[in-house]
Design a protein around this ligand. Structure first.
Ligand code: C2G
Length: 139
């Protein structure tokens, strides 16, 4: 029995997000997902969401791999979340490799390879160009 946590924006929820949550859950028995609030995303992550926090949270909460959803409101909350939720494993995509190594003093830290050829920014760019411009090498 081990508790896993991951963090993300999960805007325009797509297959890469689903795969992250599936693989995160496979690392333990209970998965907590911290979803970035709109204010945190805009002010601190420097991007804006197409979908509001309530909708992004509703989608993440409906995924079968997800047991608990909490808000991510700041960069500094992770150690406190890990203690509050008795977390054994912190997991995130390898676009963040090395960025959260300081958490190794409180739990295991895992960076998983990102799913190839899909991203929220890529979807936005493709739609802006009229759609169907993404080359999906997974197909
Ligand atoms: N992801 C993935 N493959 C993709 C796209 C995303 O594995 N093709 C992963 C990311 O690496 C991340 C998770 O899905 O672990 C959520 O991605 P984003 O919504 O882009 O989250 P991000 O803005 O990176 O938020 O404090 C950490 C942040 O909140 C992370």
């Amino acid at each position: 029995m081990s508790n896993v946590i991951t963090y993300g924006t999960f805007d325009l929820f797509h297959y890469g997000h689903l795969e992250m949550l599936r693989r995160a859950k496979a690392l333990g028995s209970h998965l907590t997902v911290a979803v970035s609030t709109d204010a945190f995303t805009e002010k601190d992550k420097g991007k804006s969401c197409e979908c509001p926090y309530a909708e992004r949270t509703a989608i993440v909460a409906a995924i079968r791999y997800v047991d608990t959803v909490i808000p991510e409101t700041c960069w500094e909350q992770k150690v406190s979340d890990i203690k509050t939720h008795n977390i054994d494993v912190f997991v995130i995509g390898d676009d963040w490799t090395g960025k959260f190594d300081e958490l190794k003093r409180v739990c295991e830290v895992v960076y998983l390879p990102r799913t190839t050829d899909i991203s929220t920014s890529g979807i936005k760019q493709s739609l802006f160009q009229g759609g169907r411009t993404i080359t999906n090498t997974r197909a």
